[in-house]
Design a protein around this ligand. Sequence first.
Ligand SMILES: Cc1cc2nc3c(=O)[nH]c(=O)nc-3n(C[C@H](O)[C@H](O)[C@H](O)COP(=O)(O)OP(=O)(O)OC[C@H]3O[C@@H](n4cnc5c(N)ncnc54)[C@H](O)[C@@H]3O)c2cc1C
Length: 858
Amino acid sequence: FIHASAVLKLATAQLCVRPHHMLCQSASKQPYLSTSCSVYEHSADVVVIGGGSLGCQTLYHLCKLGMTNVVLLERDRLTAGTTWHTAGLLWQLRPSDTEVELLAHTRNVISSELEEETDLETGWIQNGGLFIASNKQRLDEYKRLMSLGKAYGIESYVLSPAETKDLYPLMNVKDLYGTLYVPKDGTMDPAGTCTTLSRAATARGATVIENCPVTGIQVKVDDLGVKRVKEVETAHGTIQTPCVVNCAGVWATKLGEMAGVNVPLIAMHHAYVVTERIEGIQNMPNVRDHDASVYLRLQGDALSVGGYEHNPIFWNDFSCCFVFSKHSMVCVFLLSLLVCFPPESFTADHKPLMGEAPEVRGFFLGCGFNSAGMMLGGGCGKELAHWINHGRPEKDMCGYDIRRFHHSLTNNNRWIRERSHESYAKNYSVVFPFDEPLASRNMRTDPFHQVLQEQGCVFQERHGWERPGWFNRGGPAPVLDYDYYGAYDVPKNTDYKYSEILGKEYTFDFPPHHDIRDECLSCRNAVAVFDMSYFGKFYLTGPDAKKAADWLFTADVNKAPGSTVYTCMLNKRGGVESDLTVSRLEPSPAHHPLTPESNGKRHTCPHTLSHTHTHTHTSTHTQMMRLCDLCVDSRELLQEVLNSDLSNDAFPFSTHKIVNAAGHKVRAMRLSFVGEMGWELHIPKESCLPVYHAVMAAGAKYGICNAGYRAIDSLSIEKGMDLRPDDTPLEAGLAFTCKMKTSIPFLGRQALEAQKAEGLRRRIVCFTVDEKVPMFGLEAIFRNGVPVGHLRRSEFRFAIDKTIGYGYIRNPDGGVVSPDFVRSREFTLERMGVTYKATAHLKSPFDPENKHVKGIYG
Ligand SMILES: Cc1cc2nc3c(=O)[nH]c(=O)nc-3n(C[C@H](O)[C@H](O)[C@H](O)COP(=O)(O)OP(=O)(O)OC[C@H]3O[C@@H](n4cnc5c(N)ncnc54)[C@H](O)[C@@H]3O)c2cc1C
């Protein structure tokens, strides 16, 4: 609060709430249908529930895509929820490329697009944004943002304390380390934004109905047993619709319950204070002091001040009484306390909940915005509209997709509460590359967990699953029950080794734990074992399985039983929804230990389901664990454990067999994720430990070591690639996975053919840097000094002591990115404002002919 308080001391002690005139635009002019008419006896293509930032943005963007038979239902008046209380700050820079793009879209909509379309002002004020750093690490984080911004043309400057003082004379810069100034950041006006959005949408044919609470959502079960949205009930009638969008903010959980959909968010009070007039504050930029956990929003000639505390108050009052008219009374009542406490929704990973709910088709989420629903509103509204209209969003929205959470978690109150608390409390923490949550851990573990933990495994949490990160030589470092960081009088964990180890990893330099170097080198030069149970596995079965496989997979997987094929699954636009290996199984009797069983829901599975013929089934298999031996010595080692000939002739690369491992039936697959000769063992749950112990005992003389996902990340990047739904296989250098030479149609083929004919406008490039410098992704890529992209992914390559990174580059002229475009110029990478010379490669420089996986060494 140091720097903020320096500004605040100029304000007098008497504070006031936000001026009520901000409501008047929507409150006084009622261009919408009144609640008295019986318009609800009709049908709509989409019903959006909630008239806040997200509802209005989604409605507008649906209309822009040509969907005009759409209705927005608001139980009170537009902006009556959290949106009314928003500070409306829009910062353009965040440590995520997708989020930078989402923010840019919001800014574009409210600063120019809407005003051009409607002739109305949205109230956008471009007063700039200033991030304050109190220490080197924080400024390093800002410098990382500055470099990423260059890849997107976002102007920003790192300022010294003296330069900051010139810009913001009221600021006390004595203890300040530096700042990041972004001149084109600014402030959104919630009422102006929502009113203009809804005017633009209604002008395009949409209907907005205020004072119309949704009271029920009816669902039907179709002929295939799939639940689908049928109709929306309101106090004034029913609307038939196949699609609802839940943009109900902190009430979204209630709306979800109406349709049997879990909405894992929690509401917390997010306080703010508004000062009196401060002389000299006019036109100053908004300020975010992350280390003090506080923001200052310019509000005319006063400031609105808010922040994130470690012991936020959970908001449990889900009654319908929180609307602005009543809520402003709460503020008046609290005037003597000088604070307002509106609720806002928070989620387990501090990311919104979007996309189609796995429980009910046609039920979309647009909620859980963690204090960023104004600035993300435009970008997310656009993606949501695309999702509804085209089945998939345009950008990589996996990080926001509701399906990122396993179904066993989304209705687990402890998990939601603990994780949301931690993400709230850490909202302004530096985003370090190797951070892990401490809340609600050990929710999903595999049979190896205990034995690996005893050997020093430092676990990472992904989708609720505990997977091995790396192995600590200093002994076990178990994850303990969550202590809320000592808030709410919960006793703080003491002697917490896992937390201490994490703390040491909090750096933008090389982390102090270089044990993964040994794990990596062991894999390259001897033998290592990885527990990869975390990887998803599913079975595609049924009379039409072949037809479905032809349509879903880019590669021709119609091979003999015993074969394994690497392939992609695409969306209609040719974007990669998943890359995977497909293994053709021999027919086997029911109840065979290595055939499908249970159900589960993850991204790949629903994607498959939504595109497969009726006579196929997918099932996610949770009974089997995967143990990988990936190394040069794996053949000799495994030969001692498996009862099968592992020679190249008898067990070639890309094949699989059921074999006997130490007396247990397992499926062995000759595959590699890290570019060495190796086998995956798919083992029934009850056989996991005996097989693991047999492998470790046989491996002792080869120097076998346990290795984790940090090593996999470092090793696999040497083999290259980085894939998202917004990349096509042609751009990603994976054309070899596509059966373009056959006449077999497959999902996404048309888009690939068009792209091939037109030439690639973006392409993946591998970069190596000779200087020993840590990079983690988001570094800007320059070609002859001109920004052409940013690194998506970067790791240190221990085998050659160099940094390696992958990024998709564009031609600034919009032209084709040919191999010559890559070869013909000099490349540099910018990390934290410093430029490094880089070598560009069109193919991975490590074993480009893939000899190692085929067992060809030397
Ligand atoms: C103090 C504070 C400061 C903030 N500052 C910022 C900031 O600087 N920048 C930023 O980007 N974000 C900020 N936020 C967050 C941002 O304001 C929210 O994320 C955003 O407003 C959420 O919008 P929404 O549309 O999801 O929810 P809401 O605005 O709450 O809208 C939900 C709507 O659904 C309606 N509804 C509920 N139930 C029903 C029903 N049954 N039928 C019909 N309608 C229903 C409600 O009446 C409400 O109008 C701040 C939040 C707070 C509290």
